[in-house]
Ligand binder design. Sequence first.
Ligand SMILES: CC[C@@H](C(=O)O)C(=O)SCCNC(=O)CCNC(=O)[C@H](O)C(C)(C)COP(=O)(O)OP(=O)(O)OC[C@H]1O[C@@H](n2cnc3c(N)ncnc32)[C@H](O)[C@@H]1OP(=O)(O)O
Length: 255
Amino acid sequence: MDKYIIRRNNKGIVWFTINRPEKRNAIDYEVMDGLSETISEVKNNQSDKVFVITGIGEKAFCSGGDLAAFQNLMTKEDAYKMLSKMGEILYSLATLEKPTVALLNGLAIGGGCELATACDYRLAFRESRFGFVQGRLGITTGWGGATLLLERVSTDKALQMLLTGNIYTAVEGKDLGYINHILSKDLPNNECEEYISKQIIHNTKVIEAYKKVVNRKWVATQLKQRMFREIEECSVLWASDEHHQAVSSFMNKNN
Ligand SMILES: CC[C@@H](C(=O)O)C(=O)SCCNC(=O)CCNC(=O)[C@H](O)C(C)(C)COP(=O)(O)OP(=O)(O)OC[C@H]1O[C@@H](n2cnc3c(N)ncnc32)[C@H](O)[C@@H]1OP(=O)(O)O
């Protein structure tokens, strides 16, 4: 079974669906590579207009990094290699000069929230939940997601989400300014495409020009450097006993 599915519709919308329902759509190296290649394709392909990321099924959008695949990363150097690989991908997603959408079809947890945060829009089913739970594993957001979150919601809301590690409902997410729109579950992909067609109405050149404005602000405020400082700090925590024990107890509970 392919770990991700790519579909293009005739309106230039490119759908990237993480296809690992048995792992709650966790991200391993193969999914990372798929995301990276697809982002490059969307960037270079003139007929690709909008990039949408979602997860298969109704349980999870994405449960973050694949804790089984990454549990052998013991040192901060090993952790940094993996975390910075995904950090590069999230930076290229955030700065893509085409609109990007995360469709939260279910739980977005840990790195799953970071992936959603890198997108311009976050749409969610009413039943979807999300939370930056990394603190429970003795680490911080390891893919640069806290830095990105500060670009999406106010500082006090971002800190609230990060420091509590609470799991929020889609409605709470809308109040926090994190979720842009709530979808019904009936025909979510159609509703998502309808939302996109109402929100993103201008021609490609206009859209690209506005995204360049955002990107210039991010270059000036050193978004990438800030994300990578965050990644370095997480790498140190990753190497701690507290983190390794938390991962072991998650893996043992699930085995
Ligand atoms: C690495 C980067 C870092 C970051 O920068 O943020 C991270 O992302 S760290 C990872 C953060 N994510 C988590 O801590 C989530 C861990 N998962 C859960 O808490 C729960 O699984 C769930 C997502 C709340 C879903 O719960 P539930 O519906 O009850 O399902 P199960 O717990 O039974 O899981 C089913 C199945 O999926 C496996 N699984 C789930 N999440 C992951 C994951 N992140 N990595 C690897 N595997 C995961 C789980 O082990 C079960 O597998 P089996 O036991 O083989 O059925």
